[in-house]
Design a protein around this ligand. Structure first.
Ligand code: MV4
Length: 460
């Protein structure tokens, strides 16, 4: 096992990693920007190193500062958390070149999944179902037109270097392709330094369903079921739950078997997440694979009774999976609300000092957060302040517990999206489990009520 882990992140995930290290008997090194000197991950770590000014570019995204901190503290492994450099294959390779273990999949695996065209091809080879679309990257707009005719409209153009919703354009007919291809490709070139594009049939009302993979370095792979992540706004997830209301035990078994076969074929190691789109008919298609621990990992931990951070660190140290697939059964229902420092109406960031703080507790309630009374939410980083994770014997119990916990939550001095979470949890389609990725739009812009002869007569 590792002796000392450097945690190359901040906020709630740095704290989550630190706690897992402590429980494994591993010493911890926190790194922080000057803005984060007062953070809990800094206070609780065995050692802390300031790596630069507040801007991420010069601190948490600065490989040289992180590697120097690892070097001077004698860390033997580095945990990247999520975001920042967690899916940067070059950084992972530099870490390993220095003789430290990067706690994640091998750098080549990160590189493969980072290129969405290469990932799509690897997924197809490995037997994962794909939407009809281009094989490999598109040479030009003419090729895009030709393939779009074959697969049928609407189609979606995506950047090979994109992901997470960046660099996508929907084309509803032939006349749009030429223009949108050029625009999208130029935008991708400017944003990622790579203008490569691919294309697939567009699914109008998809659910976002993702499968948690856990693989050791000895060829053993298990999955921990799915997370439903369709409650999103502008590709930012707001609420996640496990199991998905749209996945039956039979479908879970089938998706799991297909995914495990693919992961063995690809030679995946460590934790990872396969993202699927699911259409109205329950058909599922590979979309992307994330090679990091994800924000929403706690719902899976609660439902399957497995500490994913502990497991991730153990597996990176070369240890074996202790659980068999047969022992993995969903024992509960869990819902996560991402509490952000933002205006609940405009969604504008709302950084500042928390002047009053009381967090919910009680049976089935978990709060993963760096927040406390007097904590200052910084304007430089993402606006996540806490993850409220509630767990119950079934979905109905979890839903009521989520509402109860949100009602207990007091955060003063900044605005938060807690009021918006309450709107989602009481929205009929969410309560019924019958929703897709359009749900936030539907809550914000309810369709105008239809005028009936009766309402017209009543003047309502
Ligand atoms: C799609 C799609 C429909 N059809 N691909 C958005 C995030 C990125 N991972 C892929 N995304 C989408 N890809 C096809 N062929 C719709 C989306 C999409 C979406 C996906 C998941 C969750 C929310 C979304 C919101 C808008 C679009």
């Amino acid at each position: 096992m590792f002796k000392k882990v450097l945690i190359a992140n901040r906020g709630e995930i740095a704290l989550r990693v630190l706690r897992a290290c402590k429980e494994l008997g591993i010493a911890t090194v926190a790194v922080h920007s000057t803005a984060d000197a007062e953070s809990l991950h800094v206070r609780f770590a065995d050692e802390a190193i300031c790596i630069g000014p507040p801007q991420s570019r010069e601190s948490y995204l600065n490989p040289r500062a992180l590697l120097a901190a690892a070097d001077v503290t004698g860390a033997d492994a580095l945990h990247p958390g999520y975001g920042f450099l967690s899916e940067n294959a070059e950084f992972a390779a530099m870490v390993e070149k220095m003789g430290l273990k990067f706690i994640g999949p091998r750098p080549e695996m990160i590189r493969l999944m980072g290129n969405k065209v290469a990932a799509r091809e690897a997924a197809e080879q490995a037997g994962l179902p794909l939407l009809p679309g281009a094989r490999g990257k598109l040479a030009d707009a003419e090729e895009a037109e030709r393939i779009a005719e074959q697969v049928g409209y609407p189609v979606i153009l995506k950047a090979a270097a994109g992901g997470g919703g960046r660099g996508m354009k929907i084309c509803r007919d032939r006349s749009q392709i030429r223009q949108l291809f050029e625009t999208a490709s130029n935008e991708a070139l400017a944003a990622f330094g790579d203008g490569s594009m691919y294309l697939e049939r567009y699914v109008e009302m998809p659910r976002h369903i993702e499968l948690q993979i856990v693989a050791d370095e000895h060829g053993n792979v298990i999955h921990l079921g799915e997370r439903e992540c369709s409650v999103q706004r502008r590709h930012q997830k707001l609420i996640e739950e496990s199991p998905s209301p749209a996945v039956t035990p039979e479908l879970r078994r089938e998706m799991g078997e297909v995914a495990l076969k693919a992961m063995r074929k690809i030679g995946y190691n460590n934790v990872g997440t396969i993202e699927f789109l699911m259409d109205e008919k329950g058909r599922y298609y590979f979309m992307e694979m994330n090679t990091r621990i994800q924000v929403e990992h706690p719902v899976t931990e609660q439902v399957y009774g497995l500490d994913l951070l502990r497991e991730q660190i153990r597996l990176a140290a070369g240890e074996r999976l202790e659980r068999s697939q047969a022992s993995v059964v969903p024992l509960a229902h869990s819902i996560e609300c991402r509490v952000n420092a933002e205006d609940p109406v405009t969604f504008a960031p709302s950084p500042g000092r928390i002047t009053g703080y009381h967090q919910p507790g009680g049976y089935g309630v978990r709060v993963d957060t760096m927040a406390y009374e007097q904590y200052k939410v910084q304007p430089y980083y993402d606006s996540l302040v806490a993850k409220l994770i509630v767990t119950g014997a079934n979905r109905e119990i979890a839903l009521r517990r989520a509402m109860r916990a949100l009602n207990e939550y007091v955060i003063e001095g900044i605005k938060t999206n807690i009021p918006f979470h309450k709107r989602v949890l009481t929205f009929p389609a969410f309560m019924a489990g019958q929703y897709d990725t359009r749900i936030v739009e539907q809550i914000l812009n309810p369709p105008a009520p239809e005028e009936t002869p009766a309402s017209k007569a009543a003047g309502t």
